[in-house]
Design a protein around this ligand. Structure first.
Ligand SMILES: *Cc1c(COP(=O)(O)O)cnc(C)c1O
Length: 385
């Protein structure tokens, strides 16, 4: 950093500023982590139970099963429900790989469904088409995984109705959406089972890997708790099913207990940032919409820039010192490991198009008005280009 330009350091803009959150929390997390190091209950210590109770109080889910990461959180319910070869599980193509990975990993077939252009979330009509496709292929439709992409709840009224009509159970992949609200219900209470991730960059993140599963189903919860610890039965040394080592570290639980205390305030701050982006950029790009009755937690703030100009705009922003990201440059049905799986209808045109157009801007609860002004001006300038 040149000495002649003392303002340069202040001008560095982070895509996600975890350091600002750390400054706000001060010594609280350090003390919480030290308490665990001192008491020594590193595995399934008291903080794990405490966190599960806190998460349950926060979102209203009857059962919270913390686990090793957001991918295991998706995989364990599939195992608990006995999903396997010959079963079709429907998931959007425009998502992070983990959503479909777990389906393939248990031996079932992911069937890719398109998304809506305005919310980036599962398109109900495409889910219908995907179910028809699975049946034609001789697969047994068993479940759907809806994703709360970028922090916004999926269209659960429509998706639940389709699942009910076809006898599917529904899992909500809320890795990016924990804390969001759909028609008065918090993420974690929607679907037969919901999951989240505490990966550091998610809206509620820890200092490593972590995840959680939420359900109102007593029997499913008991099976999940057993699967999380090698399929343990009531007698610790008589394992009753094949499970995994899927526990959340006590230290991560201690971190999350402290972060959850400020999470409601952070959700407010994220929404204030999103409102300002929306007001300032709606005339130059397609800005994200939040349907009536929903609250997003803005894991990402994602614009659509059409006409093949997205990459040029991102390059200009980079030159101006504004970090951006493309989530996702390739929908899953186009990726090497997944392109052999069935897709709904005659292809997934919206997923394909979004991959060309999306651009995510810096988004976190500690984005100052000055930083945001700089970002907004740079985006307007880059698009006018
Ligand atoms: C991050 C993410 C996951 C996986 O979470 P990990 O904790 O990284 O395993 C699953 N689904 C979606 C949509 C995600 O964004």
């Amino acid at each position: 950093m040149p000495d002649s330009n003392p303002s340069a350091a202040a001008e560095l803009i982070a895509f996600i500023d975890l350091a600002a959150q750390r400054r706000r929390l001060g010594a609280r997390i350090d003390e919480a982590v030290l308490r665990v190091i001192d008491h020594g209950g590193y595995i399934m210590g008291p903080e794990v139970k405490q966190l599960e109770a806190d998460l349950s109080a926060f979102c209203g889910a009857r059962h919270v099963i913390s686990c090793s990461n957001g991918t295991d959180a998706l995989m364990l319910p599939l195992r608990a429900k006995g999903v396997g070869p010959g079963d079709a599980v429907f998931c959007p193509s425009f998502t992070f790989a983990a959503t479909a990975e777990v389906v393939a990993l248990v031996g079932a077939t992911p069937v890719f469904v398109d998304v809506l252009p305005d919310t980036f979330n599962m398109a109900p009509a495409s889910l219908e088409a995907g179910i028809a496709r699975a049946v034609r292929e001789g697969l047994r439709p068993v479940a759907a995984i809806a994703v709360d992409l970028f922090g916004l709840p999926a269209d659960y009224d429509a998706i639940k109705a389709i699942c009910a009509a076809h006898g599917l159970w529904l899992m909500a992949d809320s890795a990016q959406g924990f804390g969001s609200v759909c028609k008065g219900r918090r993420s974690g209470t929607i679907g037969d089972v919901a999951t989240t991730s505490f990966f550091p960059a998610k809206p509620l993140g820890c200092y490593g890997d972590g995840g959680a599963i939420f359900t109102g189903d007593d029997e499913l919860a008991a099976t999940l708790r057993s699967l999380r610890v090698h399929g343990q039965g009531s007698d610790k040394y008589d394992n009753v099913r094949i499970g995994v080592n899927g526990r959340l570290d006590t230290i991560q639980a201690a971190v999350l207990i402290e972060k959850l205390k400020i999470f409601p305030d952070e959700i407010e701050a994220r929404n204030a940032v999103a409102r300002r982006y929306g007001e300032a950029l709606a005339d130059v790009a397609v800005v994200p919409v939040v349907p009536e009755g929903m609250v997003s937690v803005w894991a990402q703030y994602t614009l659509r820039i059409d006409g093949g100009r997205r990459d040029a705009v991102a390059a200009r922003l980079k030159e101006a010192g504004i970090p951006t990201a493309v989530y996702y440059p390739k929908p899953l049905h186009r990726q090497t490991a997944y392109r052999g799986y069935p897709v709904a209808g005659n292809g997934l045109p919206v997923s394909d198009r979004l991959a060309e157009e999306v651009l995510s801007l810096p988004m976190h609860p500690y984005l100052t008005p000055d930083c945001q002004t700089r970002i907004i001006e740079a985006v307007r300038h880059a698009i006018a280009g």
